[in-house]
Design a protein around this ligand. Structure first.
Ligand SMILES: [Zn+2]
Length: 112
């Protein structure tokens, strides 16, 4: 028997920001993107891992990770990250396991 497992990401938020790109110098083309990475087995989410934040330019597609951003943009990214919630479906297998255990206990109690 083999297992297919790994990590995947889901988009939490993508917000346009009124800043100019420091690479192509286009005006108001920047966006902050926040993703949630989660562990999966057979592509079914098991549990959430970490969040990734980066800025992107919609014109030249330059990506800047959190540690590459200037302090003003980094502060804005951190304040947005605090408001985001982890999607419920990243816990789906854990919820199924808890439900299975609950149903097993309840049927054991009913049968005596
Ligand atoms: Zn750009």
């Amino acid at each position: 028997m083999f297992f297919i497992f790994g990590t995947n990401t889901t988009r939490l938020a993508a917000e346009p920001i009124s800043m100019n790109c420091n690479y192509c110098h286009q005006e108001n083309t920047m966006a902050l993107v926040h993703n949630q990475r989660y562990f999966h087995i057979f592509w079914i989410p098991l549990f959430p891992l970490w969040r990734e934040s980066f800025s992107t330019c919609t014109h030249c597609k330059q990506l800047l990770k959190l540690n590459q951003m200037d302090p003003e943009l980094k502060a804005q990214a951190h304040s947005t990250r605090k408001q985001l919630r982890t999607p419920w479906f990243t816990y789906i297998i854990l919820l199924v396991i808890v439900l299975f255990i609950l149903i097993s206990v309840i049927t054991h109690i009913i049968k005596g």
